[in-house]
Design a protein around this ligand. Structure first.
Ligand code: PLP
Length: 460
């Protein structure tokens, strides 16, 4: 750190900012997420987006193959969602949601109940993925308390699971390894091994048996003390696009039901078509007691989330005074703009051409992923729905792997936004991605593996 005072900077005015001024103001005043600012390259200034493309202030085009952190569903600046937000903003932008209600929230709740598996029909809105997880954990905990089972206080989760960055979400996501500075402040959660699998994995049955075995032993001793298990169904996202088999989830849920433990599915990433079905729980053939939705909920336009549960859980909060009520809420609960965006996004998701497009992306991913079977430097090829992932064959592990900035730069130089999770390279594109854009991404990933992993044999 230097002691020199920051130099004066041009203040923003009505004039459009020059790129240099924009970056200088950013460097002076902004704090970016998940970024070591001392060593990170300057942030890229984005002027606009359209479809799968982002346009930088210098005119450069970048194809967004990760849906801008898994939120952009149909494409950037999708016009029907933009219009729905503008129309709603001209009518009602926001209203307190205690004692009041409005059409966008009620319509959205009813539509979510209609598209989710039967039984999931009571909706609590909040602002982002992390808060949807906080809400689910708190509902599960208080549900047992309200029912007089005050000893049901423990939570189960999975190694490698990620649920967000607020405290409850961090506690549930302890197995992701992201939270070392806060570890002492987190409530205890018991972690089960996640039986991650890929194409051609012959160990998967043994991994699943080990995980279920540990669950059986836990439930034998603590089944009656356990409130809920929380997990990302079928794909652990931030943990490295680690996938498991549907049959594992079915075996898991049988055991939880027998022990009376609630099941929370965090579908903040997997929801809204990413795994091939509208929700991963449908692809897995399992209905949880609570489900967390965000990211793609508004098509990626606005922060909004929903925690949806079985009505029986809601019933346990009725009567007996305020102590039994769910004393939780946010300033922007059920924000009308977010709800209007979500309704427009659901219209697009349910349009007749959308499901076939999702299947077509999965087929194209699968053909490429299968072609990597004997690849010299790409390991563990895997695919589910619109998500394809592969690991670089490197000794380096974890998010701080030195190869990550080199990979990011390699992709950006070729006009692609692909952001590896440690040594895991994945694609999770918006649904408007074209076949040509996908083929370019596949080719570039293979070129990156060759360019960055092949030992440098150039003579001095
Ligand atoms: C991103 C994510 C979250 C956190 O969502 P935020 O909107 O970043 O708070 C929670 N769970 C999963 C599975 C996620 O992928």
């Amino acid at each position: 750190m230097t002691d020199t005072p920051p130099s004066p900077l041009p203040l923003p005015s009505a004039e459009p900012l020059s790129t240099e001024a924009l970056v200088a103001l950013d460097r002076r005043h902004l704090w970016h997420p998940f970024t070591q600012a001392q060593t990170a390259p300057p942030p890229l200034p984005v002027a606009s987006g359209r479809g799968a493309s982002l346009f930088l202030t210098d005119g450069r085009e970048i194809i967004d193959l990760i849906s801008s952190w898994w939120v952009t569903l149909h494409g950037h600046a999708e016009p029907t969602i933009a219009r729905a937000i503008a129309e709603q903003a001209g009518r009602l932008e926001q209203v307190i949601f205690a004692d009041f209600t409005h059409a966008p929230a009620t319509q959205l709740a009813a539509r979510l109940a209609a598209v989710l598996p039967e039984g999931l029909d009571r909706v609590f809105f909040s602002d982002d993925g992390s808060t949807s997880v906080e809400v689910a954990l708190k509902i599960a905990y208080q549900y047992w308390r309200n029912r007089g089972q005050i000893h049901r206080t423990r939570f189960l989760a999975f190694e490698g699971g990620y649920h967000g960055d607020t405290f409850g979400a961090m506690a549930a996501g302890q197995g992701s390894g992201f939270y070392h500075p806060f570890h002492d402040l987190l409530f205890p959660v018991t972690l089960l091994p996640f039986p991650t699998t890929w194409l051609g994995d012959d160990q998967v049955a043994a991994k699943e048996a080990a995980s279920l075995d540990m669950l059986d032993r836990w439930l034998e001793h603590h089944g009656e003390d356990t409130a809920a298990l929380i997990m990302e169904p079928l794909v652990q996202g931030a943990g490295g696009m680690r996938m498991c088999r549907p049959s594992f989830l079915q075996d898991l849920v049988l055991r939880l039901r027998r022990a009376g433990v609630l099941l929370i599915f965090d579908e903040v990433m997997t929801g809204f078509g990413r795994t091939g079905e509208l929700f991963a729980c449908q692809r897995a053939g399992v209905t949880p007691d609570l489900i967390c939705l965000s990211k793609g909920l508004t098509g990626g336009f606005l922060p909004l989330s929903a925690t949806v549960c079985r009505d029986e859980l809601y019933q346990a909060f009725l009567g007996g005074g305020f102590d039994r009520a769910f004393a939780h809420g946010h300033s922007f609960t059920a924000n009308p703009l977010g709800c209007a965006a979500a309704l427009a996004s659901l219209d697009l998701l349910e349009a007749p051409e959308t499901a076939p497009r999702i299947k077509a992306i999965e087929r194209r991913h699968r053909a490429w992923i299968q072609s990597l079977h004997d690849h010299p430097s790409l390991r563990r090829p895997r695919v589910l729905g619109t998500i394809a992932a592969v690991d670089l064959d490197t000794e380096e592990v974890g998010y701080s792997a030195a190869i990550v900035p080199r990979l990011k730069a390699f992709f950006l130089d070729r006009g692609l936004l692909i952001r590896p999770l440690g040594p895991t390279i994945y694609l999770l594109p918006p649904l408007c991605i074209t076949d040509e854009q996908l083929d370019l991404a596949y080719r570039t990933i293979e070129e990156a593996a060759e360019a960055l992993l092949t030992p440098d044999v150039t003579p001095e």
